[in-house]
Design a protein around this ligand. Structure first.
Ligand code: BTN
Length: 243
């Protein structure tokens, strides 16, 4: 693994993507930044982090031989790698909020942004961006957000945490074969936020509905048991879970 440490950049995902287009980078090249000036979140949102307090980094994953139709596996590898790292630190009430937010209780502590480069039906490379709230103590105007320090009362070494996450990611990506993948899907589903609990959602028309999260489809859609007792699968843009 090669670790590139930057004092400041717009976005580690953007930096790593540029670097990849101009160089032949090795698998698991990692870029971490003390400060991100234009951190990117899912669906065009911003990712804000106090300089030097949190982990903001991106990992290049190559040659994993994943079909585009199986790309949700990557969400599973990454979510579980972070989940396992934080579980070892005794972060309370850890859950994965579909598709890949890491929660402690009702608070988000980590966000993940995966950008895939496709070649035909295969994923050629993925840039996996991770923003983990570590030592930051205040999150102005952001409800339901927390950090490891707020939850556990101690500060953490950022690089040590990064190395643990990348080691777990490598180990999980190494698990190949249908049986292993099935097991990883099951582990991911068992850790889903609000699984089997009556929950309120909004659909693409902003209409509210009730349902129970049951799991994810092989394509990564969220499976919800609706009030009429029928299961429906939703894409990311089609459903929002309300707190
Ligand atoms: C989200 O929950 O919306 C995803 C947030 C992902 C943030 C990380 S921080 C490191 C990497 N670089 C970025 O610009 N974004 C990701």
């Amino acid at each position: 693994m090669q670790l590139i440490k930057l004092s400041a950049t717009d976005s580690t995902n953007a930096y790593l993507k540029d670097l990849m287009f101009n160089n032949n980078l090795g698998d698991f090249t990692v870029v971490m930044a003390h400060t991100q000036l234009k951190g990117r979140g899912q669906m065009g949102t911003n990712w804000l982090a106090e300089p030097g307090k949190n982990l903001t980094f991106s990992v290049l994953v190559k040659s994993q031989n994943i079909q585009v139709s199986d790309q949700f596996l990557l969400n599973i590898y990454v979510s579980l790698a972070i989940y396992e790292t934080l579980f070892q630190l005794h972060v309370p009430d850890l859950k994965i909020k579909w598709p890949n937010d890491i929660m402690s209780g009702h608070c988000k502590i980590c966000g993940i942004l995966i950008e895939n480069m496709l070649s035909g039906q295969h994923i050629q490379a993925s840039i996996i961006g991770i923003g983990l709230n570590v030592n930051q103590l205040t999150f102005n105007n952001l409800p339901n957000v927390s950090s490891l320090k707020l939850l556990l009362g101690t500060s953490f070494n950022l690089e040590e945490l990064l190395l643990n996450i990348v080691a777990n990611l490598k180990r999980l990506i190494g698990k190949s074969g249908e049986e292993e993948h099935k097991r990883l899907f099951e582990q991911y589903e068992a850790r889903l936020f609000r699984k089997d609990k009556p929950s309120t959602f909004t659909d693409h028309n902003n209409e509210m509905f009730m349902g129970f999260i049951k799991g994810v489809s092989s394509g990564g859609q969220l499976r919800i048991l609706m009030e009429d007792n029928i299961q429906k699968a939703f894409n990311l843009k089609e459903v929002k879970l309300l707190y």
